[in-house]
Design a protein around this ligand. Structure first.
Ligand code: SF4
Ligand code: SF4
Length: 126
């Protein structure tokens, strides 16, 4: 035992004066790496309602709904869509971001998804 303590002591003393290798999470946070896949976020103004993201999602974690349809005096039809993400089912694969032809979805840097109820993990963008 004394042999082991003797071997450890220089290492312990060396680390007494070093900065800690860990951070005091959750009081301090470190940034996420480039390309981190956090939560999917949608910009409804860019969505054309093609449903490709819904078809490609392996977790059935999103829905697209048509919210409104208007026709102007020239006969041009405008449609507005909303998107609902079920983050409790999302596997953060970013397939929806990749497949969207309008770049209406991006993955943010949020990683704190723990919740007491599933309802709070249902997020709608409109
Ligand atoms: S990140 Fe993956 S699992 Fe999550 S909503 Fe997009 S396609 Fe579905
Ligand atoms: S793939 Fe993009 S444009 Fe198509 S429904 Fe999904 S968010 Fe909208």
């Amino acid at each position: 035992m004394s042999l082991r303590l003797g071997a450890m002591l220089p290492e312990v003393l060396k680390h007494l004066f070093k900065k800690p290798a860990t951070v005091q999470y959750p009081f301090k946070k470190i940034g996420v790496p480039k390309g981190f896949r956090g939560r999917p976020v949608m910009d409804p103004n860019l969505c054309i309602g093609c449903q490709m993201c819904v078809r490609d999602c392996p977790s059935e974690a999103l829905e697209i709904r048509k919210e409104s349809e208007t026709t102007d005096e020239t006969g041009k039809i405008s449609k507005k869509f909303s998107m609902t993400f079920y983050l409790d089912r999302c596997s953060h694969c970013a397939q929806c971001e990749e497949i969207c032809p309008k770049k209406a979805i991006h993955m943010d840097e949020q990683f704190e998804d723990a919740a007491f109820d599933r309802g709070s993990l249902k997020i709608t963008y409109k």
